[in-house]
Design a protein around this ligand. Structure first.
Ligand SMILES: Cc1cc2nc3c(=O)[nH]c(=O)nc-3n(C[C@H](O)[C@H](O)[C@H](O)COP(=O)(O)OP(=O)(O)OC[C@H]3O[C@@H](n4cnc5c(N)ncnc54)[C@H](O)[C@@H]3O)c2cc1C
Ligand code: FES
Length: 372
């Protein structure tokens, strides 16, 4: 049973069992489940340790935990009732059993794998976004909308500091040995400075995934997607998936960009528009926040949030938001009270500038040690 009781005392030495395995760890007083698991050699995907990224989502099968903070951003009401939690934000109040992605043979996250791969190509899509294609040693199954954690074994810092990137293409039914990502250059960023510095074709990478819960929900509501920068990656994967279906709803895709030079994948989006199965239609709406007045741009300007109600009825729509945390947070604030939380799905593309400084970001264990 899941509880957020603040009254119950935390005893020492509770046992953390991993469902469907003989893996065990011991949770001491004050430990998060994530810390206890990692100390005991039990791998749980994680990034921020601060309840921000959602990577450490697990399911409590038996036992009681205390939640350290509101986790509704990553675990909705229904999932909470089913026992889903964030391991970095939960403390044991009893012995417990957890379903852990990549460890337990459970439904959610059963397919999380640690794989080796090689960079096959890095291609410029815009002045600051590149498509990164990775060839994997064995096929990976994922859902459109999910992401993977990438690390670089040949790089002193990036070997133990994975970064998250969302798959930019819909998966094939038989699994993918080639996966693609859209990576935006972040000045001063460890991974992206490395990737953009020179041709990285042929470099070895390690990938753990799939992770995340972003996916098309079949709720029969018109869809509104808002993509900022490389946030187009998971959205494009979802559009491709919808294009492969017999029916697709009305979908309005807002592209949040500063200026015309930030727009990319326009030909691919036009192709998807042409192939949209209906009965709905796919509408692509770029909104530029800093386009010079002299440029001749005759599209929308300002911020996406200002134009929502011209294109949809927010209260009746399902929202999918991906990209910079500041953009997502602004839209979430705008939708609050008007759109029920269960109809708003998002992935905030956090980087080190948005994580608490004190939170260690990585485990030092090698990805290859993970049991699949
Ligand atoms: C679920 C998820 C999915 C994502 N998907 C994508 C995607 O598809 N495409 C994409 O481009 N990105 C994506 N991201 C973001 C991505 O994981 C990286 O965070 C991003 O690429 C930056 O990585 P980096 O190593 O280059 O920068 P980092 O090393 O993380 O640095 C980022 C910035 O923070 C600054 N910084 C470093 N340390 C500190 C500090 N202590 N305090 C303050 N500032 C600091 C750096 O100077 C730099 O400007 C995703 C993130 C998440 C959580
Ligand atoms: S939410 Fe737990 S590691 Fe990020």
């Amino acid at each position: 049973m899941l509880a957020d009781l603040s009254e119950l005392p935390v005893a020492t030495g509770f046992t953390l069992n991993v469902a469907g395995t003989d893996l065990l760890a011991v949770a001491k007083a004050g430990d998060s489940l994530l810390s206890a698991a990692l100390r005991g050699g039990v791998r749980i995907p994680h990034l921020c340790r601060a309840g921000e990224c959602g990577s450490c989502r697990c399911r409590l099968v038996t036992g009681q935990v205390r939640l350290k903070r509101d986790i509704s951003q990553h675990v909705d009401h229904q999932a909470l009732r089913q026992g889903y939690l964030l391991a970095c934000q939960s403390e044991a109040l009893s012995d417990l059993t957890l379903e852990i992605p990549g460890q337990s043979p459970c439904a959610e996250g059963a397919g999380v794998k640690a794989l080796h791969g090689q960079i096959r190509s890095v291609t410029a899509l815009s002045h600051d976004i590149r498509q990164l294609v990775v060839e994997l040693d064995s096929p990976l199954h994922y859902r459109a909308g999910q992401y993977a954690q990438l690390s670089v074994p040949g790089h002193a810092d990036l070997a133990s500091a994975p970064r998250c990137y969302s798959f930019s293409s819909a998966p094939s039914a038989h699994g993918c040995t080639q996966v693609a990502f859209y990576v935006r250059h972040v000045p001063g960023g460890l991974f992206t400075e490395w990737l953009f510095a020179q041709d990285r074709t042929g470099e070895s990478v390690e990938l753990m995934g799939p992770l995340g819960n972003l996916q098309v929900r079949d709720d029969d509501r018109p869809m509104v997607c808002i993509a900022g920068g490389s946030g187009l990656a998971p959205i494009k994967a979802m559009l491709e998936e919808l294009c492969g279906r017999e029916r697709a709803p009305d979908l309005t895709l807002f592209l949040a960009a500063r200026s015309q030079r930030d727009l990319y994948c326009q030909a691919e989006l036009a192709d998807l528009q042409g192939r949209w199965p209906g009965p709905g239609r796919l509408l692509v709406v770029p909104v530029l926040s800093s386009e010079p007045e002299s440029s001749g741009w005759d599209g929308l300007t300002g911020y996406c949030g200002e134009h929502l109600s011209s294109f949809c009825s927010p209260a009746d729509s399902s929202f999918y938001l991906c990209g910079p945390p500041a953009m997502i947070d602004a839209i979430l604030r705008q939708l609050q009270g008007e759109v029920a939380a269960e109809h708003v799905h998002h992935d905030r593309f956090l980087d080190r500038s948005s994580l608490p400084a004190a939170a260690p970001q990585t485990t030092t264990q090698s990805l290859t040690e993970m049991t699949v």
